[in-house]
Design a binder for this molecule. Structure first.
Ligand SMILES: *[C@@H]1O[C@H](CO)[C@@H](O)[C@H](O)[C@H]1NC(C)=O
Length: 102
């Protein structure tokens, strides 16, 4: 049992080290405050941004595109390369419902 647990832990740590360092978190407030969303990996997946008004990239710089519609549809707003540990206020004048981070 102990051996199995240790192996699983080692595998998880190894995976984490090999994964891309970038991750991103969305917030309901304008200044990365208010309600905080989950930390998600910047792997190109479409992520829900409804009710969020700011975001912050962690790890290393990442490219961020936000979309007015859900499922990365509608109008696209390319925020370009964002440096880590900067709070980005999303003020596009339109509601943002999803985004992609790579
Ligand atoms: C976030 O911070 C800004 C600026 O300090 C403030 O105006 C806003 O009310 C805060 N929002 C939340 C949800 O706490």
């Amino acid at each position: 049992m102990r051996f199995t647990f240790t192996s699983a832990l080692l595998a998880a740590v190894t995976l984490a080290l090999h994964a891309k360092a970038q991750s991103i978190i969305g917030f309901s407030g304008d200044s990365c405050n208010g309600s905080q969303g989950d930390s998600v990996a910047c792997n190109g997946a479409c992520i829900d941004f409804s009710g969020r008004h700011s975001f912050e990239v962690f790890g290393s710089a990442a490219n961020v595109v936000l979309f007015s519609g859900g499922g990365c549809s509608g109008e696209a707003f390319n925020f370009g390369t964002e440096q880590p540990n900067n709070c980005i206020n999303v003020n596009t004048g339109t509601t943002i419902n999803s985004f992609q981070c790579t």
